[in-house]
Design a binder for this molecule. Structure first.
Ligand code: SAM
Length: 245
């Protein structure tokens, strides 16, 4: 069978593509893209003309089968999305899963992903973090999701659509309190901006300007729970020892 390449493409700045990605896009038999018009522009910038086919959320089952057939026929396929790394809050997972289970070689071609770019320059701890993708769009489910993350000791990263930034920040303020957050906007583009501060400050900042462009929201870890002092520890120990009698 052919090889399935999972290729990262720019998240804004068209220079953010690797030499290897460009070479492989020029070598494969077929490019599967989320939006073929969008990807055609990228390819033409690098002088690549390739057959393109669409692979997106609503045709992924049928199109996935078609792509697997092509792979079994010995053709190589590159999967790309409109921005960043396929499968990361983007289509691709089902195709990769099925290719793996059918014994097809899947090769990642790494490059940009918005959450990594945001985290790398946010100034928040980077040793451990949680990537949550998009928050639920419905209010109640969003509040529940945030409530579950309230005590999280790692940085939590969300993707958000610009039109929902204020609602997300308002819910964060309500559920998490006035936590330190970082909003990374328009990464790699002309209006790239990092806004760092308490939720209230960041919300106010974005209320004053008409927010355009995509954003990543990073939430600082919850304050560590107070560690019990020695006296309290003895009390706890006594309590548990009594209970086990
Ligand atoms: N696959 C992509 C990746 O690897 O980052 C993510 C695709 S997801 C459909 C789109 C979301 O990613 C946006 O709503 C935003 O949260 C984030 N994003 C993508 N490009 C961005 C950019 N240039 N600046 C800030 N956030 C971006």
């Amino acid at each position: 069978p052919g090889i399935l390449y999972i290729i990262a493409t720019p998240i804004g700045n068209l220079e953010d593509i690797t030499y290897r990605a460009v070479r492989i896009l020029g070598e494969v038999d077929l490019v599967a893209a989320e939006d073929t018009r969008h990807t055609r522009k990228l390819l033409s910038r690098y002088g690549i003309t390739k057959p393109l086919t669409s692979y997106f959320d609503h045709n992924k089952s049928l199109k996935g089968e078609y792509l697997l057939t092509r792979l079994h026929d010995g053709q190589s396929v590159a999967l790309v999305t409109d921005a960043g790394t396929p499968c990361i809050s983007d289509p691709g997972y089902q195709l990769v899963r099925d290719a793996v289970s059918e014994g097809i070689l899947v090769v990642p071609v790494p490059g940009p992903s918005a959450f990594v770019a945001a985290l790398s320059a946010a100034g928040l701890p980077t040793d451990a973090f949680v990537f949550e993708g998009f928050l639920p769009t419905r209010g109640k489910r969003r509040l529940e999701k945030l409530a579950n993350l309230k005590g999280e000791q790692r940085v939590v990263i969300f993707y958000e659509a610009p039109g929902r930034l204020q609602a997300a920040l308002a819910d964060m303020r309500e559920v998490l309190g006035d936590r330190h957050v970082v909003v990374a906007r328009e990464l790699t583009k002309i209006h790239e901006e990092f806004v760092r501060g308490r939720v209230s400050f960041v919300a106010e900042h974005f209320a004053a300007v008409d927010v355009k462009g995509e954003v990543v929201i990073l939430v600082a870890p919850a304050p560590a729970p107070a560690t019990p002092g020695e006296g309290e520890l003895k009390d706890l120990l006594r309590h548990y020892l009594r209970r086990s009698d």
